[in-house]
Design a protein around this ligand. Structure first.
Ligand code: TYD
Ligand code: MG
Length: 419
């Protein structure tokens, strides 16, 4: 193998078709009449955390598999420990850890305020133990922390390899459906491109949640990227405190708390799923020391930043060819919506000129290559949220109508509003 990647050789057992007969001996299964099938929303298991519930679409569906993925140290174990506690008030919960001993988990539990401790705990790395418990005991929920530490004796290869992860996940899926036990499985995201990581499992499970944020930042986002039982792209905001994770009911307020009105600071209204949030975009512009100007982005796509700088140069009359440009999205969150373009451009223009943007103004709008400002979806929802937080002015695409809104057609128009 020449690809130079670790763990990319996958064992593929050869299955002989020679002995397969056309005659089928298994008893035939009877299909149900669709209208006779019952399902009830009421059977969802509430997690006791409003943010987690809303990302899941109202709670955990019995018999479903949820993958909770994220960087190491982000707070996955802390979150599931809290969920185990809350859910065990009404349901039978088993928390299995292959990462930490019972004593270590107990120690962590000691930090969490009012942790309910009615759930059961098992420290093992043997996936067959996990499966047996699901089959033989009637747990409503089993938490597996993490899939990378689980190994089956029946498979070659160490825990965390591709074949172990896919086979073990497949077996858990089967057992979950048969026993109607819901599972939350933790998967670490590996920095090296997810070779043996959660991406392998995404298509096998019902729901995929990512816990994101900066490792040492306090705000964490729980993002639903796949959900068979609810809307995807819902986002829950959580805050890591000294006493565990807490739901943040008003994320915009939390994100804007330390804002200072200085050149280079712009408030952007983004949509995270169906919920608008206000975020501060910061830019810093300084003369390049070396010949080649630097572009650095934190929480934003670096290639898009390069493109927006080029558009500003060509269409906005802002010369950045000898300037380093740094952009930061406050709060350690990552934003990918094109609607942020105009906010990025105004933050850079403000930093470059030293002019500040009016303090009660928000900004959003997509920017095209010829410097035109394009309309974005859910403008009204964005403006309503801004208003709630005291931002009654806005620099937005021209299509948005409103007395105090500054509708702009081009980035040059937008830059002219800076004073
Ligand atoms: P952890 O939940 O172990 O992350 P993961 O399972 O995703 O690897 O750890 C999250 C971090 O949170 C860890 O550095 C310790 C910290 N922490 C708190 O700040 N407050 C708390 O109450 C707890 C339990 C952990
Ligand atoms: Mg952990």
């Amino acid at each position: 193998m020449q690809c130079g990647a670790w763990d990319s050789l996958v064992e593929t057992p050869v299955v002989s078709m020679a002995g397969v007969k056309t005659k089928i001996s298994t008893p035939i299964q009877k299909p149900d009449r669709f209208h006779e099938i019952t399902s009830s929303e009421k059977s969802r298991i509430s997690t006791g955390n409003s943010e987690v519930d809303s990302v899941l679409g109202g709670g955990i569906v019995p018999g479903s598999l949820t993958l909770l993925a994220g960087d190491p140290g982000i707070g996955k174990s802390t979150l599931v420990l809290q969920l185990a506690g809350d859910i065990s008030k009404t349901k039978k919960v088993l928390y299995i850890s292959g990462e930490e001993s019972a004593a270590q988990v107990k120690l962590r539990g000691g930090r969490i305020k009012d942790l309910n401790n009615e759930f059961e705990f098992l420290a093992t790395t043997d996936v067959d133990q996990v499966l047996s418990h699901a089959i033989s005991s009637n747990y409503d929920l089993i938490i597996v922390d993490s899939i990378q530490t689980m190994a089956s004796q029946n498979l070659s290869g160490a825990a965390g390899t591709t074949s172990q992860i896919t086979n073990n996940t497949n077996n858990i899926v089967r057992v979950a459906k048969d026993s109607n036990t819901a599972f939350i499985i933790i998967g670490h995201v590996t920095k090296e491109g997810n070779v043996a990581g959660p991406r392998l499992m995404e298509h096998l499970v019902d729901t995929v949640l990512y816990l994101e944020g900066e490792r040492y930042g306090l705000l964490k986002m729980l993002r639903g990227v796949k959900n068979r039982f609810g809307a995807t792209n819902e986002v829950g905001m959580l805050e890591m405190t000294e006493q565990g994770l807490k739901a943040v009911e008003n994320p915009s307020e939390a994100l804007l708390m330390e804002r200072q009105e200085l050149p280079g600071s712009v408030i952007y209204v983004g949509m995270e799923g169906t919920r608008p949030i206000l975020v501060e975009v910061q830019a810093l512009v300084s003369p390049s020391v070396f010949g080649y100007p630097k572009r650095v982005a934190d929480g934003f796509d670096i290639n898009r930043l390069g493109l927006l700088c080029a558009v500003m140069q060509k269409r906005g009359g802002v010369n950045l060819s000898t300037q380093d440009v740094y952009v930061n999205i406050v709060g350690g969150i990552k934003l990918t919506e094109p609607a942020i373009d105009l906010a990025i451009i105004l933050a850079i223009a403000s930093a470059a000129s030293g002019k500040i943007i009016n303090t009660s103004t928000v900004v959003f709008g997509e920017v095209g290559l010829s410097g035109e400002v394009r309309s974005v979806n859910m403008s009204n929802l964005r403006l309503q949220e801004a208003k709630k937080l005291g931002f009654d002015k806005a620099i937005v695409p021209a299509s948005v109508k409103g007395a105090k809104y500054f509708g702009v057609k081009t980035i040059a128009d937008a830059i002219k509003t800076l004073k």
